[in-house]
Design a protein around this ligand. Structure first.
Ligand code: 4AD
Ligand code: MG
Length: 431
């Protein structure tokens, strides 16, 4: 007997096969029992006809509860009316582990209940679709950089200093060496890697002790960060738009089934093609003013502001040249206007907001020392970083894309908590 996956049923039509999985749902009608089997690759209906199977099999099929683990043997039949296009004409059923009273039933549950049962909620078809899209996005990200001359160079998670401001640091004791922090961004190390390898990226977990309880914030999230030597802000924008086009178009091509399960309207995603619109911070402020928002120049955009700005476009918009005051210490100033940093944020449409943050980096040693002091950061922790400006400093740029915000946008989700198997948020550390 061949052990096969639901996703491969098309290759086995007319043959007797065995499937291993869990009971997703079931119904019966007289002499027929319909068991929906899910195996992680898909869901298929297995039909038990009383006249075709032993009395024990028919009784078992009747008794077992949702999420019992089972082995089903039967013949693969084409069935246009079935969701996947196939059905199993079942001849045998073996129970691997019988389950009863599974807490998550097809009825509606509140979000807190589902989050408390996240370890089980993951089994539902919407959640598995999201996780499949996430995995495909990760691969598309890696493929893009690997195929465009970038070297993967990982950066540390335990770090001695802040990268993105001191207010969102998680700290822990580090033997006799004092405190270390969970990384907020691998960028500073990526800059060192770029001076060694030219074009690099790091991709891994990132931590922010975010006090914000929003649908866009996690305390633990994944970020991919490319960093490129001899690249200015324009090169950075070109890289960002090519990268986004590749990722989104790849998902549209490869994840049609999952996006259908999620009932994602992909009209706007189809537009994610080079060139993406580019506007300055000043122009973005003007958009807000035209919409009647009382926005003061110099402030950072809130989630609501980002939504208004991005709603003016039918694809992601790149916003550049922010007030230096609200941006990180390492950003290079605009030579045309000292008040501005050569920063870049990419805002996704449909209210998803910032998915990319980046900049051209300050490459002048004295200016950088000055900034570190002005930001009240301990200079001694940055000695190694300053070396990059002493020994062969070059113009360089990079950005970070938040994986979970990207998954949320591409899947069209209401909240970031569903984009990662076990989300960490201000009010949740379990399961
Ligand atoms: O804009 P951020 O803070 O930029 C940096 O960390 C730079 N050092 C990156 C670089 O230039 N190499 O964060 C980058 C992205 C954001 O645009 C957002 O997508 C995501 O990381 N992000 C978060 N995602 C989920 N939850 C949070 N709390 C996030 N904070 C940032
Ligand atoms: Mg940012």
């Amino acid at each position: 007997m061949q052990k096969i996956l639901v996703k491969d049923l098309a290759h086995h039509v007319g043959k007797e096969i065995t499937l291993y999985g869990w009971l997703y749902n079931k119904r019966s009608s007289g002499k027929l029992k319909f068991l929906m089997l899910r195996d992680g690759s898909g869901i298929v209906q297995c039909v038990y006809f009383k006249g075709n199977v032993s009395g024990k099999v028919f009784e078992d099929a009747d008794r077992i509860g949702q999420e019992s683990s089972i082995e089903v043997t039967g013949k693969v039949k084409e069935e246009q009316r079935s969701p996947g296009g196939f059905e199993i004409d079942a001849t045998n059923l073996k129970i691997i582990s019988e389950a009863h009273n599974y807490p998550i039933t097809p009825k509606e549950h509140g979000i807190e209940f589902l989050m408390d049962h996240r370890h089980l909620w993951l089994r539902s078809s919407k959640q598995t679709a999201i996780l499949k899209v996430r995995a495909r996005i990760v691969k598309a990200i890696r493929d893009f950089f690997d195929n465009n001359g970038f070297t993967l160079a990982d950066t540390p998670i335990l770090t001695p200093s802040a990268c993105e401001g001191t207010s969102t640091l998680f700290s822990t004791d580090y033997f006799d060496l004092g405190q270390v922090y969970l990384t907020q961004s691998g960028q500073l190390y990526a800059e060192a890697n770029a001076m060694a390898l030219g074009k690099v990226y790091n991709f891994g977990p990132t931590f922010r002790a975010e006090k914000s309880k929003t649908r866009r914030h996690l305390t633990e999230f994944w970020m991919v960060e490319p960093e490129v030597a001899f690249a200015d802000l324009n090169d950075n924008m070109e890289l960002a738009e090519q990268f986004l086009e590749y990722v989104v178009q790849t998902i549209l091509k490869d994840c049609e089934k999952e996006l259908n399960t999620l009932e994602r309207d992909t009209t706007l995603l189809q537009n994610v093609k080079v060139p993406l619109p580019r506007i300055s911070y000043d122009e973005a402020v003007n958009i807000l003013k035209e919409k009647g928002i009382d926005f003061e120049w110099g402030k950072d955009f809130g989630g609501g502001d980002e939504t208004i700005i991005s709603n003016q476009f039918d694809r992601p918009v790149m916003v550049h040249r922010y007030p230096a005051e609200i941006k990180a210490f390492y950003m290079k100033r605009d030579p045309e206007n000292e008040k501005l940093a050569l920063a870049l944020d990419v805002l996704a449409p449909e209210g998803y907001g910032e998915i990319i943050g980046g900049s051209q980096r300050e490459d002048n040693l004295d200016l950088l020392i000055d900034r570190i002091k002005k930001h009240n950061l301990p200079l001694e922790h940055f000695e190694w970083y300053l070396d990059l400006r002493k020994y062969g400093s070059v113009p360089h740029s990079g950005f970070g894309l938040g994986l979970e915000r990207t998954v949320s946008w591409i899947c069209g989700l209401d909240h970031i908590r569903e984009t990662i198997p076990f989300p960490r948020m201000i009010y949740r550390k379990t399961p």
